[in-house]
Write a protein that binds this ligand. Structure first.
Ligand code: CA
Length: 446
């Protein structure tokens, strides 16, 4: 064992960055060597990897979007967790929008794109099947869930006082009026047929509004959302923090519902990679997973959230005023319509939530996203019958499990299913019977 340690020590000193190396040496000076190397800090631990866990490559390029979902990736890099597990050359690359992320993963890093990164669901499935990549199938693996919650539906200020909240009593009346007046309510998201569109659709449909006939749905790039809400070309917008709170603080809108209210501890965004990269670099994949899991644990310590905000809000990453993230990251939301929420369990969470583990990619959640895609006619009806096989191919919860075990993390879920899920309107989704869920819904296309 100690021979292996010496070998990997040499190898890692050779590849370590200058800063990391000097802190390793400083630590080494401070702690006289013993028989067994002592793990005293992230940097020292990095050189103590067992030989069988030494990654095939130290390099990977991950795309991200500047919203709270990306925090574990940024923290894994900035707090040295990637380096700790031997991934000393991780490039965290900001993507202009979701379409750009998709185009970049389609070409891969060798062609100037990315190897994987942050995704809304079911994007990795749609890319694997060639559905959003001009029929070019780019197999991907879903490896880890980045976060839960931290998303909301913001509504333009002019609709304040009309009762547009989580449960809209007179929703049908309101939306029929706007429709009759020839000014259909316009609800936007940053990428179609994924999380943000699903949250708007779920919220409206549960309130008796048919999103396909009663309103207009559109895709708007995040950078244009504030302007579009100001000029009135958009009535509602579904996205991740800090955008909804920014809309409230700039007094151009209010938050009708947090996604945490629509479905507490709901699945949100994921880490997914090109399958060819993972197949070629299984150890590096697990190193990356361990680093992100450790970052997620760090993020969920609320004592660290001030530092988290400082790191992610810098120009290199989100480029926002850190003040705008302060309250949402602590579960404090001024909804802008008189409603306030002050509950840490409603904040964006990364490792643990009301239901258990956040990071583990439950196959039952992938099934919900595919079922919801069938509900709205985004995928053909027979997709439901094929869903289980597709999920087995794309969802690599086995790698998450192996990585968590190797790293010695606790809280490893025992099942690939989180069981029956319940939404704010009382609707239930039983992963054992997705058809029963579809049958129970009044408003749907399928
Ligand atoms: Ca999101």
């Amino acid at each position: 064992m100690s021979n292996f340690n010496h070998l990997s020590r040499r190898r890692f000193i050779a590849t370590a960055g200058a800063t990391a190396l000097s802190s390793v040496l400083l630590k080494a000076c401070g702690n006289p060597p013993e028989d067994k190397p002592t793990i005293t800090s992230a940097n020292v631990a990095r050189i103590n990897l067992p030989a069988e866990q030494v990654p095939e490559t130290t390099k990977v390029k991950l795309g991200y979007l500047p919203i709270v979902e990306a925090a574990p990736l940024i923290i894994a890099k900035e707090k040295g967790f990637f380096a700790k597990y031997g991934m000393t050359d991780v490039d965290i690359s900001k993507q202009a929008n979701w379409g750009a992320a998709r185009d970049n993963v389609k070409i891969g890093s060798a062609a100037g794109g990315i190897d994987g990164g942050q995704w809304q669901m079911p994007m990795p499935y749609l890319i694997s099947e060639g559905i959003i990549t001009d029929n070019l199938k780019v197999p991907m693996y879903v490896l880890l869930q980045l976060n839960t919650q931290g998303n909301a539906i913001a509504v333009a200020d002019k609709h304040k006082g009309k009762g547009l909240t989580l449960k809209v009593e007179k929703a049908k009346e309101f939306f029929e009026k706007t429709k009759a007046e020839g000014a259909k309510f316009k609800a936007a998201y940053t990428f179609p047929k994924a999380n943000q569109e699903f949250w708007i659709r779920y919220w409206l449909a549960a309130n008796g509004v048919d999103p396909d006939t009663d309103i207009e749905l559109l895709t708007v790039p995040a950078a244009q959302t504030v302007a579009n809400m100001k000029t009135g070309t958009m009535d509602a917008f579904s996205t991740g923090d800090p955008w909804p709170y920014r809309i409230v603080k700039e007094k151009i809108g209010f938050i009708s519902a947090l996604t945490a209210e629509i479905w507490k501890a709901h699945p949100e965004e994921y880490l997914a990679m090109r399958a060819d990269w993972v197949d070629k670099n299984p150890k590096a994949t697990k190193s990356m997973l361990k680093a992100i899991m450790e970052a997620q644990q760090w993020c969920d310590n609320f004592d660290n959230r001030k530092e988290l905000i400082q790191i992610v809000s810098t120009k290199n990453y989100f480029g926002v005023d850190p003040e705008i993230l302060q309250e949402p990251m602590m579960g404090k939301y001024d909804m802008g319509d008189g409603r306030t929420i002050d509950d840490k369990s409603m904040a964006p969470l990364y490792w643990k939530d009301a239901k258990g583990n956040v990071s583990y990619p439950y196959q039952s959640h992938d099934l919900w996203f595919l079922t919801e895609s069938v509900r709205w006619g985004f995928l053909p009806k027979d997709s439901l019958a094929k869903a289980k096989d597709l999920i087995k191919k794309v969802n690599r919860e086995d790698l998450w499990r192996e990585a968590a075990k190797e790293a010695g993390f606790s809280d490893i879920p025992t099942s690939t299913s989180r069981g029956i899920e319940e939404f704010f309107d009382g609707t239930k989704f039983d992963p054992e019977n997705p058809q029963a869920y579809l049958d129970s819904l009044k408003i749907k296309k399928a």
